[in-house]
Design a protein around this ligand. Structure first.
Ligand code: GUN
Ligand code: ZN
Length: 427
């Protein structure tokens, strides 16, 4: 049993729904009691120390302890092509992404990148992610095996593509169904692993493949489903050409059983009114990928407006379309996009999106995404003065939010003092 002391921050409500002082509990001298991989208690350090004298105390001073970051949309196979210059979505996929994804036919390459990716993300304070893999079932095995060895909660799925992709990156409707079924049977619910049925996006799946994956989801409704939606205007025009019968982009999923509460729709920038209404009606989640949306030049996701309209929103790096592994950098980009739209997000809202918002999107908020008794002890400990530039600004702060905001805006992996996964600090 361990008692981690520091400043602690937990959420009791959504700071988009109620004023942030009501949504957050902040303790200046707080503590988190960890027992057998779980959070056993959160409270005042003095009280918990007195109540649990046998617990080993790990003092983090004035560092901020909060739930580990949850990255709700990534492509771990794109780790090695992050920050590739100059192209927009379709050319970027063809030039950089597909050649790298083809290398995952080699299980040794997949294992190497999976370990590298989980090392990098842990160093940045990310404890859970929802990842696309490649068309190769071995790419899913590699990530799940590595996550399992680390006791980590990970969502992943085999990316399915049976058109508009290179020969060596195409499956078929039947093999996508069969391979996905075998993978979810093997992995879904094993330890802390969760399967997401993963059609890449409409341009790379035939209607037959979308139909087969919709059927698989109906047969396995506890699984998540992840895909892309309305990221770039060229892509939307392509979908319109491919599917003149569809009312809109979302309709191409809806028509094949790929719209539901456990659906995760990445980007979702250029939505039409009907799409917004349907996504809200079914309780689906939109995943905001702000560094990707600026890096690939996709557009401005309307976080505040969509939250006000009642949609679920999670936050994500979209590695490697996104330009950083850091959820701090991702929060900063979400803030900047909010500013461009005239709706600046509060630090409490940014942190909520990176933890609770993503946990809710993944339907894992009973397990992760908050400092609360009973949840997994997946934690990040943030040094709020991790560089001279941040420290000098933080020294002027009058409250925690002002002390935290420079770390959100200027912080990186140097701000991550420790990351705990499943009740243990990562190496
Ligand atoms: N749309 C389809 N595939 C991808 C991908 O790998 N990255 C991004 N950003 N968008 C996509
Ligand atoms: Zn993506």
């Amino acid at each position: 049993m361990q008692l981690l002391t520091g400043q602690t921050l937990s959420f009791s409500a959504d700071p988009f729904a109620v004023p942030h002082p009501e949504a957050c509990t902040l303790r200046r001298r707080g503590a988190v009691l960890v027992r057998e991989g779980r959070i056993a208690a959160v409270g005042e350090a003095d009280t918990l120390r007195a109540a649990h004298p046998q617990a080993k105390v790990i003092s983090y001073g004035d560092d901020l302890i909060c739930a580990g970051f949850i990255d709700a949309h990534v492509h771990y196979p794109q780790t090695a092509i992050i920050a590739s210059w100059g192209l927009r979505l379709i050319d970027w996929l063809n030039t950089y992404t597909f050649p790298e994804e083809a290398r995952f036919a080699d299980p040794a390459h997949a294992a190497r990148i999976a370990a590298r990716y989980l090392d990098l993300t842990a160093a940045h304070g990310t404890t859970t992610m929802a990842s696309f893999c490649t068309i190769h079932p071995g790419s899913v095995d590699a990530l799940f095996a590595e996550a399992q060895a680390r006791g980590q909660c990970v969502v992943a799925g085999k990316t399915c593509m049976d058109r508009n992709a290179p020969d060596d990156l195409r499956d078929s409707a039947q093999s996508a169904y069969d391979d996905s079924k075998a993978l979810l049977t093997r992995w879904h619910g094993t330890d802390r692993l969760h399967y997401a049925i993963t059609p890449r996006f409409t341009p790379t799946s035939t209607p037959d493949q979308l139909e087969a994956l919709g059927a698989l989801w109906a047969e396995n409704p506890a699984c998540l489903m992840q895909t892309h939606l309305s990221e770039q205007t060229d892509e939307i025009a392509w979908v319109r050409d491919l599917h003149p019968e569809a009312r809109d982009y979302l309709d191409t999923y809806e028509a094949h059983g790929l719209l539901g509460a456990r659906g995760l729709y990445g980007h979702a920038i250029h939505l039409e009114e009907r799409e917004i209404d349907r996504l809200r009606e079914v309780g689906a989640a939109l995943i905001h990928c702000p560094t990707s949306n600026t890096f690939i030049g996709s557009g401005l996701f309307r976080t505040a407006a969509l939250k006000t309209r009642g949609l679920g929103v999670g936050l994500a790096t979209d590695t490697g379309g996104g330009s950083s592994f850091s959820m701090l950098r991702t929060m900063a980009a979400a803030y900047e996009i909010g500013q461009l739209l005239g709706t600046p997000l509060h630090a409490a809202q940014l942190l909520w999106l990176a933890t609770q918002g993503s946990a809710r999107a993944l339907h894992l908020d009973h397990e992760i995404g908050n400092l609360a008794p009973g949840l997994a002890a997946d934690l990040v400990v943030l040094d709020l003065a991790s560089s001279p530039a941040i420290a000098q600004r933080q020294a002027e702060a009058e409250d925690l939010w002002e002390a935290l905001f420079p770390t959100i805006m200027m912080g990186d992996d140097r701000a991550v003092r420790a990351t705990w996964i499943n009740g243990r600090p990562t190496p």
